[in-house]
Design a binder for this molecule. Structure first.
Ligand SMILES: O=P(O)(O)OC[C@H]1O[C@H](O)[C@H](O)[C@@H](O)[C@@H]1O
Length: 541
């Protein structure tokens, strides 16, 4: 089964870019793993980052080991699979499992309420996959420590329940060996966001019940096309992204509503934002929005329907989008394999934790309080209430700009609002939406012609966070944090999850404001009431 790319009515412009790329020999060179395609300064990194091109073949070697893991888990009756992993270490398994309709609990959060939800859910049948390429990611390290303690407290040996996926030689590999955990080593020549078809994508998905062999088969089916100058879906898509960028359309609205693949835009978001958002350039992917066409925006559909489309099975989609992103990187003149600005927020987080010592974190004082919402920030014009603050945020977006909502909250919290009993599907959806902070995106989107993005913190720090800081300086930022009523200790660390989460929010805010980007933090002193209030104020703007 193959994959089709529909380039829409800009076919001539796309053809022009494709011809240049073909004349430069890009398709064959990229398919062969030539690291010189992004210029001399990128060559050293590219040399160790092109392994994804071969994963449809090389990952097959993992299948016997994966089958053993799955059989062992089944024999032990472990049917609740929890995946601790950030960014590239969890986004692909989330899409794979949602598409195959098998349950996977993803922990890519430091929100203590959301982590507590997972801990309280079938611990006696839980299998934890700890996935981290670097082996040093603070969120994932915290989850491992918390689960180790929870297992021990429940009289369960963590070595029976924890599987580690990491790169050879990482500190996590060392810890895993010392702790007696099963370790699956990933291909070190593949970067995090290009790792969907590696052990990072396959191991947790297979344990959750997904058909990963099919994924590799579908990717292998398209791989042979990637060296060709014609009939090459990766080249077509890369040329489309590049041509749109050259025409000033650098906001990509991703739709998947009519697709059988569930949630691919979230994975594409990380791939494109982190790969291209740097040196003041970049393509901003917008997931979860309505279709939009404008001088700087265009829509692309996953599936058959629409003007610009990418239609084909998930395994092929992964490979084609990765190839297209690498091609677009060349057209934009950036290195698609580094993420130079991600580290900055992480360093700020560490600094904020150490500045505070044993005392409370330095949050400053609110400039105003509107019911259950406190407002922190340096805002001009003396806003008098929350409505003023939201109006300011919308106005702060420049021409060609965007508004980013970043919520450091429990992304499952809206489940608590769902009525049990005889509510209809529509009623339940409505209840969900009115308790879900993500609804704010649509409410604000309605009031501006600029794109509005929504990200869960700290998850987005490993994705669009790179674009926010490294991309064009045209973002305005609305950060949302919430009171914590049930915090969780991180064993052998001087912080709790809640303290870490707040430090991450403050650290990113510092990175944004130090660049002069308009940014404000809304703090919900009561989460449920705060979400309700914020949504009702946004509705009446
Ligand atoms: O897999 P890990 O090493 O834990 O990394 C998880 C994520 O961390 C960083 O933020 C990178 O920018 C991401 O590209 C990566 O996916």
């Amino acid at each position: 089964m193959s994959i089709d790319v529909g380039v829409g009515h800009e076919a001539d412009a796309v053809q022009a870019v494709r011809e240049i790329l073909a004349a430069e020999g890009v398709p064959a060179a990229l398919a062969a793993g030539d690291p010189s395609l992004w210029g001399a300064p990128s060559q050293a990194e590219a040399r160790i980052r092109l392994g994804w091109l071969n994963l449809p073949l090389t990952s097959r070697e993992l299948l016997p080991e994966i089958v053993n893991l799955v059989e062992r888990a089944q024999a032990q009756g472990l049917d609740h699979v929890v995946l601790a992993g950030m960014g590239g270490s969890s986004l692909a398994p989330e899409v794979i499992c949602a598409t195959d309709d098998v349950p996977l609990t993803v922990l890519d959060t430091t929100d203590p309420h959301q982590v507590r939800r997972a801990l309280d859910d079938r611990l006696e049948r839980t299998l934890l996959v700890v996935s981290s390429k670097s082996g040093g990611t603070i969120e994932t390290d915290s989850h491992r420590r918390i689960y180790e303690k929870a297992f021990r407290d429940a009289g369960i040996d963590p070595a029976d329940r924890i599987i580690v996926v990491t790169d050879p030689g990482s500190p996590l590999e060392q810890t895993a060996i010392e702790s007696g955990y099963q370790v699956i080593l990933a291909d070190p020549n593949v970067g995090g966001r290009y790792s969907a078809l590696s052990a990072f994508g396959l191991v947790p998905s297979a344990l959750a019940g997904a058909d990963v062999r099919k994924l590799l088969d579908d990717a292998a089916g398209v791989r042979g096309l990637l060296s060709q100058p014609e009939g090459n879906p990766g080249l077509d898509l890369g040329a489309l992204l590049g041509a749109q960028y050259q025409a000033g359309r650098d906001k990509l609205i991703l739709l998947d509503t009519l697709s059988e693949i569930n949630g691919l835009p979230d994975w594409i978001e990380q791939l494109i934002a982190e790969s291209t958002g740097k040196q003041g350039k970049g393509i901003l992917p917008v997931a979860g929005a309505e279709a939009a066409e404008d001088h700087d925006q265009y829509t692309l559909n996953i599936g058959r329907d629409g003007e610009r489309t990418v239609d084909g099975p998930l395994g092929a989609q992964f490979l084609v989008w990765e190839y297209a992103t690498a091609v677009a990187g060349r057209v934009l003149g950036i290195d698609p394999f580094d993420q130079p600005n991600v580290a900055e927020s992480k360093e700020n987080t560490t600094a904020i934790l150490s500045e505070a010592g044993d005392g409370p974190l330095q949050t400053g004082t609110p400039i105003l309080t509107d019911g259950p919402v406190e407002v922190y920030g340096d805002l001009p014009g003396h806003p008098k209430d929350l409505a003023d603050v939201l109006r300011w945020a919308l106005k702060a977006v420049p021409d060609r700009g965007y508004l980013a909502i970043m919520a450091y909250l429990d992304r499952e919290a809206a489940f608590d609002a769902a009525t049990v009993g005889d509510a209809s599907f529509e009623e339940m959806t409505e209840q969900w939406a009115s308790a879900d902070i993500a609804t704010l995106r649509a409410l604000l989107d309605y009031r501006t012609d600029r794109p509005v993005t929504f990200g869960w913190g700290p998850r987005f720090l490993h994705s669009t966070g790179q674009f926010h800081k490294g991309g064009p300086a045209v973002g305005a930022f609305l950060q949302i944090t919430g009171a914590i009523t049930d915090d969780i200790e991180v064993p052998d660390k001087p912080y709790t999850l809640g303290r870490l989460q707040l430090a991450q929010a403050l650290g990113d805010l510092r990175a944004l404001t130090s660049r002069g980007r308009p940014a404000v933090r809304l703090h919900l002193t009561d989460r449920v009431a705060g979400v309700r209030h914020l949504l009702s104020v946004a509705e009446e703007l």
